[in-house]
Write a protein that binds this ligand. Structure first.
Ligand code: FDA
Length: 378
C-alpha cells in the first residue's frame, strides 16, 4: 500500500482515484457500510425513487477542471434547482426576488421601485453597527421581508432567537430585482444521470484501489487503524480533525439534521423538489420530494405514491452526524490549535469538510482534493 485514505466521501475518493491512476496502490477505509460519504444515495424501498440519505445534494460548479473531472465518471441531467417557501399559507419563490416582493406586498413594482422600497425599509439599522443577526438582516433587506422569510426560518435552523445570534453569520442576503429564481448561479448544474452511488462507485473502481467499509480509523481492533498506520504510510485523513487529536483543544461544534421520511399515496405531493417552511409554528424547516429531482424518470417512478422527507435542524452531540460547522469564536480558536497540531503530523494530510472544519460544496471538496493531489502528494 502506498497511500491510506480515511473516509470515502468526495474528497477521499478524488485523492484515491488520482493516486490509483498514477500507479499508486491505495486503500480507502470508511466507518460507514457504504462509500460516498454524505453524497451517497439509494433507491427508496417502497417507491424505487432515488433518495439522498444525508440530505438533498445538487451538483453545481463554475470550475472548468472540476466539471471536466466529474464528467469522466458520470453525465449530468439538465435539472435546474428552484426552491419555494410557504409563509402564512402562501407559497413564494426563493431566493427573494421581484416575484417574491411583488407577491408579498401585493404590488407590481418595477426593479427600480422595488430597490427603492427595500432601501427605505432597510434604513432602520446601519449594517456596520448591527448588534446581532436580526439587526444585520433588517439593515440588509428591511423588517417586513426579514420577519416573513428570514426570522423564523433562521430561528428554526439554529434553535436560537436571531437576536441572540452573532451578526457575522450573514454577510449578505441576496435579493434579486428580477424574476430569476434559479437557486444557483453556477455555469454548470445537474444531477448524475444514473444516481450518485453509480458515480461514486465508478470513482473507486480501479484495480489499484481497495475499499474497506465498516472500518473505523480509531478502532485498534481493526486493520488500518491510527496506531498501526501513522508514520508507516502516507495518510489522507478526512474524518473529524478534533477526533484525530482526541479533542485535546476542545470539541468543535456542529449542527445536524433529522430526516423524517414518509410515503404518501399521491403521484405528486408538492409539485416541486424543495418547499421551505418559513414560519415558527411548523417545526420542520423544509420538505424534500425526491421524485422531482429526476423528472426524466417519470415513466420509471410510480404514479400512485411518492416519498417525502421532512428536515429538522438542531445542534449536534458527539453521537450525531456533523453537518454544518457552527463556527463560534471558541470553535475558531480550537481550529487554529488543531491546525498547529496537524503541522506536526508527518505524512498525514487533513482534508475534506470534517478534516478542515469547513462547509464545502461537492465541487469545492473535489477541487480541494485535486489541488492537494497535484500540489502536495503527486
Ligand atoms: P464526507 O462527509 O462526504 O465524507 C467523509 C467520510 O469520512 C464519511 O464517509 C465518514 O464516514 C468517513 N469517516 C469519518 N470519520 C471516520 C473514521 N474515524 N474512520 C473511517 N471513516 C471515517 N454539496 C453540494 O455541492 N450540493 C448540495 O446540494 C449539498 N447538499 C448538502 C446537504 C447537506 C445536509 C450536507 C451536510 C452537505 C451537503 N453538501 C452539498 C456538501 C457535500 O455533502 C460535501 O461537499 C461532501 O460531503 C464533502 O465530501 P467529504 O469527503 O469532505 O466529506
Amino acid at each position: 500500500m502506498d497511500l491510506l485514505v480515511v473516509g470515502s466521501g468526495l474528497f477521499g475518493l478524488t485523492i484515491a482515484e488520482r493516486a490509483a491512476a498514477s500507479g499508486r496502490k491505495v486503500t480507502i477505509i470508511d466507518r460507514r457500510d457504504h462509500i460516498g460519504g454524505n453524497a451517497f444515495s439509494e433507491d427508496d424501498p417502497d417507491t424505487g425513487i432515488e433518495v439522498h440519505r444525508y440530505g438533498a445534494h445538487l451538483f453545481h460548479t463554475s470550475n472548468p477542471s472540476v466539471w471536466e473531472y466529474v464528467n469522466r465518471f458520470t453525465s449530468f441531467t439538465n435539472y435546474t434547482h428552484r426552491v419555494y417557501t410557504t409563509h402564512r399559507g402562501v407559497v413564494y419563490p426563493l431566493p427573494i426576488n421581484l416575484g417574491t416582493i411583488n407577491q408579498f406586498f401585493r404590488a407590481a413594482l418595477s426593479p427600480d421601485e422595488a430597490r427603492a422600497l427595500v432601501r427605505e425599509q432597510a434604513g432602520e439599522f446601519d449594517p456596520s453597527g448591527a448588534a446581532n443577526l436580526e439587526e444585520k438582516a433588517i439593515a440588509l433587506i428591511g423588517r417586513p421581508l426579514y420577519e416573513a422569510f428570514i426570522r423564523d426560518y433562521t430561528a428554526k435552523q439554529w434553535q436560537t432567537d436571531p437576536r441572540d445570534l452573532p451578526a457575522e453569520i450573514i454577510s449578505r442576503l441576496p435579493v434579486r430585482y428580477n424574476y430569476d429564481n434559479r437557486y444557483f448561479n453556477d455555469r454548470w448544474e445537474g444531477l448524475p444521470v444514473d444516481g450518485y452511488t453509480a458515480w461514486l462507485t465508478r470513482m473507486a473502481d480501479h484495480p489499484n484501489i481497495d475499499v474497506s467499509l465498516g472500518t473505523d480509523f480509531f478502532d485498534e481492533a481493526q486493520p488500518f487503524n491510527k496506531a498501526a498506520t501513522v508514520g508507516q504510510v502516507p495518510i489522507v485523513y478526512t474524518g473529524a480533525v478534533d477526533r484525530y487529536f482526541d479533542y485535546s483543544a476542545g470539541e468543535l461544534s456542529w449542527r445536524t439534521l433529522d430526516f423524517e421520511r414518509a410515503v404518501v399515496p399521491v403521484s405528486d405531493f408538492q409539485g416541486t423538489s424543495v418547499m421551505n417552511y418559513a414560519d415558527r409554528d411548523v417545526p420542520f424547516t423544509r420538505i424534500h420530494e425526491f421524485r422531482h429531482f429526476h423528472p426524466e424518470r417519470a415513466d420509471r417512478y410510480p404514479s400512485d405514491r411518492t416519498v417525502i422527507v421532512r428536515e429538522y435542524s438542531r445542534f449536534a452531540s458527539r453521537a450525531d452526524e456533523p453537518y454544518y460547522p457552527v463556527n463560534t469564536p471558541a470553535d475558531r480558536a480550537g481550529l487554529l490549535a488543531y491546525r498547529e497540531l496537524a503541522k506536526g503530523e508527518a505524512d498525514v494530510y487533513f482534508g475534506g469538510r470534517l478534516g478542515t472544519y469547513q462547509y464545502l460544496d461537492m465541487h469545492m471538496a473535489i477541487g480541494a482534493a485535486l489541488s492537494m493531489w497535484s500540489n502536495r502528494l503527486a
